[in-house]
Design a protein around this ligand. Sequence first.
Ligand code: NDP
Length: 509
Amino acid sequence: MSQQVAEPFEQYIGGEWTEGDGEETFESTNPATGETLGEFHRGTDADVDRALAAADDAFEEWAALSYTDRAEYLWEIYNELKDRHEELGEIVTKECGKEISEGKADVNEAWDMVEWAAADARHPHGDVVPSEIAGKDAYMRRKPKGVVGCITPWNFPVAIPFWHMAVALVEGNTVVWKPAEQTPWCGQIIAEMFESTGIPDGVFNMVQGYGDAGEAIVEDERVATVLFTGSAEVGHEIAGKVGGEAGKLAACEMGGKNGIVVTAEADLDVAVHSAVMSSFKTTGQRCVSAERVIVHEDLYDEFKDRFVETAKNVSVGDPLNEDTFMGPLIEGEHREKVTGYNDLAHEEDVEVLVDRTELDSNEIPDGHEDGVWVGPFVYEADHEADLRVTEEEVFGPHVALMPYSGDIEKAVEIHNDTEYGLAGAIISEDYREINYFRDNAEIGLAYGNLPCIGAEIQLPFGGVKKSGNGYPSAREVIEAVTERTAWTLNNADGIEMAQGLSADILTDD
Ligand code: NDP
């Protein structure tokens, strides 16, 4: 299925396409136009059960293959993602509304991740460790964990599934994946790709559907590891459930209330550019999007003028048009959430600087009247005020400018004053300030003189505090999907123990 779709599409379980047990179907909708893109069968608990049984059955033979044999299937997907870059980028844009360069970047990030995972099949796996006993060899070896459940969000509908699945599969695990309900078309295409590689039945399974299908994956005892990327609300619920189960792991990556610090030593061009990109790219719907910009009083007024002017003018519209900066929000329900926070800002009595909650009718392109539109919302907030709008993740183009006075320590204190800890940036020409931010900002993804968006997969991707718990993403996912064995082999004639432990056995003679 590569072009516009219609039929109720099926789920991919145990190497077969199936409608599944349920009667219900659901639709994928283009958020820029309101048109229906396709209809999909909705997975049930029974479908999840069959997918997990298939993954469980397939595990032993899959794990017995060599790393490079397993990686061969991923190389085919790598080539297909590259060959179909333009087409798939357009599909991402149609299904989740990201402007077209972002739609294509999502596909590019997916093949980066697949390349990293498949190439890692030829890299050392584990460590040779010196033993304190000369006659012993000591190693750390890795083994696959078993069945990995993957639950992904809509905003990177091709890249994030491969963050989870590429490494999990090359390491020898089998997977059951549930795509987000908003992006089943991308799910369908990825499942077709796996099918076309001829990967053994049951190694990869996809159940379409809603949160209840995700819950059924999380709660099943055959699942060794749950990889989850999505909201803090759902991620913490999953971590709480899995945390109580012996031998089972949940690695969850969640949202943020990300901040950019602009110090008195900042280059203003870099500051405005970085803050605009971080706040409004992807219509603010990246986990790493900035919703707080903390600016030193010495250049606050000039920064504010330039930021506000840009926010008033960034283009919102057809995401397939290369000149568009911001596409639509993902769906009507999410628009209610974002506009609710814009209303709350007014109620919390902050000074609103830009309010493009309702776009002018002439801004909405022809044929896009049913799109889910919202423009930038910018306000000024006192960092000492106790405001919900500066504390809660909005996940939209809603940003606070927060002036501060004092030194870098003060700026970082304001930056860290949030329960979240995902991404952030410092804009400064002073290396001491930059280093202070690097060492003291409570975040997992930190940038200097850059936007706080735009991670690369060969770096760790994950947050701290309420944002992260276990790196289900990028290169670090290897830790979540493998067991480590500490393997020690004795090459001497007798037995000698470490730490001076006596190896004598007391006998009568
Ligand atoms: P959600 O948390 O709503 O959904 C994520 C996935 O979890 C979906 O597949 C969803 O199904 C499923 N799900 C929902 N409820 C449950 C449940 N009780 N048990 C198991 N699975 C469940 O996130 P969104 O899709 O709305 O994505 C936006 C959020 O993701 C933002 O908070 C954003 O910050 C965060 N995010 C974090 C990233 C990171 O790496 N830190 C990266 C990208 C996004 P369904 O589709 O039916 O809701």
